[in-house]
Design a protein around this ligand. Structure first.
Ligand SMILES: C[S@@+](CC[C@H](N)C(=O)[O-])C[C@H]1O[C@@H](n2cnc3c(N)ncnc32)[C@H](O)[C@@H]1O
Length: 408
């Protein structure tokens, strides 16, 4: 079978002609693979023996990254450059298949976090550990509820690893989520109990201290775009320490805001893009930010309190825009969850009544991004630029930024 997307052969359990997604293989390799699941349309398999190795293959740095091991990383067996090339190819393929657009894409490496081992390790600032009934914390097997015992996670940020969650006992817990702020050195540890509500305990600590007591959970202070950001537990924040800075710079470069401009920040989270946009448009401009999660709205309002030109609305992005209109906005950034934007929202942003001249669409799902780019294209918008960022090294995940402009 050819990795990492191959075709089934008689006798391999996948069936001839059926597409097989092969984990732990690389493009161009010949491997022996074991089918792990199969549907009418495709099958999944693990490469259990490499017959002809790709020159991009490396020894996985983590000893849990193997068939049947931890499900967190998909690409530890590829060099960092090859990982980025694979992700770039995935973005291009989705764009071609779903939106009918041919475009070569580059996926850029992000700066390695200070104090981390480098080469794609030590970046992850939030790690959710699962706990076995015996109180041992580990990580989930690929596409499974099963918990793999680990003694470390190499992609976790050093502040997460210092907490040594796998080395502690967690009797009665279902999960332990560790979130850290590399800028402030803060760490929060949220423990979810087995018996549902009322079983949560949380602690917050400066890195290097022992697990704190029962008080909390309190917001962490994150740093990006030259500012400090309050981010409450459960509120979205970019997982790679460099991602917030890199994406903010890329969004500003895509939108080119000028003093006096009116801009939208849709799905604004804690206000990451609205802040730098507010600085760029100045007191004579306006930024409208929209976010549905109450805690994120509270954080955004606190984070952006120094900007009278910013208004943060709570609610569904399409519903709020439908009610208030675009307010004369010329620029918009949207950064929806993996499911992407809705057709209704895209119609509002790109339809004939819109006065927008540039849209920056940030996405961590190339497939829904491609679907939405096709919707924008149907409304007369063109894909001016598409960039990828390796914000999740060692995994198949990738962050994208599409710049859209009216076609004429
Ligand atoms: C990927 S995060 C982006 C946050 C922010 N742009 C950042 O980079 O920190 C997506 C955000 O959209 C919010 N969200 C989800 N569905 C929404 C909706 N229908 N309308 C508005 N916001 C929504 C989530 O709560 C989350 O904060």
């Amino acid at each position: 079978m050819l990795g990492n997307t191959g075709e089934g052969e008689p006798g391999d359990g996948a069936g001839p002609g059926k597409v097989v997604f092969v984990r732990h293989a690389l493009p161009g390799e010949r491997v022996r693979a074991q089918v792990t699941s199969s549907t009418a349309r495709f099958a999944r398999a693990d490469a259990i023996e490499v017959l002809d190795a790709s020159p991009d293959r490396v020894e996985p740095p983590c000893r849990y990254a193997h068939p049947g091991g931890c499900g967190g990383c998909d690409l530890q067996h590829a060099s960092p450059a090859a990982q980025r090339a694979i992700k770039a190819q995935v973005i291009s393929e989705q764009l071609r298949r779903i939106a009918g657009i041919d475009r070569d894409v580059e996926v850029a490496a992000l700066p390695e976090p200070a104090g981390a081992p480098g080469a794609g390790l030590g970046w992850r600032t939030r790690v959710g550990f699962a706990v076995r009934p015996d109180g041992t914390a580990g990580l989930r097997r690929h596409r499974s509820r099963e918990v793999v015992a680990v003694d470390d996670c190499l992609i976790a940020h050093p502040l997460v690893r210092e907490a040594d969650v796998p080395g502690s006992g967690w009797p009665g817990a279902r999960g332990v989520e560790v979130t850290v702020s590399p800028g402030s050195g803060e760490r929060s540890v949220l423990v979810t109990g087995r018996r549902g509500a009322g079983q949560q305990r949380a602690g917050q600590q400066r890195a290097g201290q022992q697990r704190a007591g029962q008080q909390g959970p309190r917001p962490l202070t994150q740093h990006a775009a030259g500012r400090a950001w309050r981010v409450s537990p459960g509120v979205f924040w970019q997982g790679h320490p460099a991602a917030a800075d890199v994406l903010t710079g890329a969004v500003l470069a895509a939108l080119r805001p000028e003093p006096g401009d009116v801009a939208l920040d849709l799905y604004c989270g804690a206000g990451l893009f609205a802040g730098p946009l507010a600085t760029a448009v100045g007191g004579g401009g306006k930024v409208t930010a929209i976010e549905s999660q109450a805690a994120a709205v509270r954080d955004a309002r606190k984070n952006l309190a120094g900007f009278p030109q910013v208004r943060v609305h709570r609610g569904d992005a399409a519903e709020v825009l439908g009610r208030h209109g675009l307010g004369g906005a010329g620029l918009a950034v949207l950064d929806p969850p993996r499911a992407g934007a809705t057709a209704g929202l895209i119609e509002l942003l790109a339809g004939p009544a819109s006065g927008l001249r540039r849209i920056a669409y940030v996405s961590c799902d190339p497939a829904t991004l491609a679907r939405d780019i096709a919707l924008f294209a149907g409304l007369g918008w063109r894909l001016a630029d598409l960039r990828g960022f390796d914000a999740f090294p060692m995994t198949h995940h990738v962050e994208c930024l599409a710049t859209l402009t009216p076609a004429s």
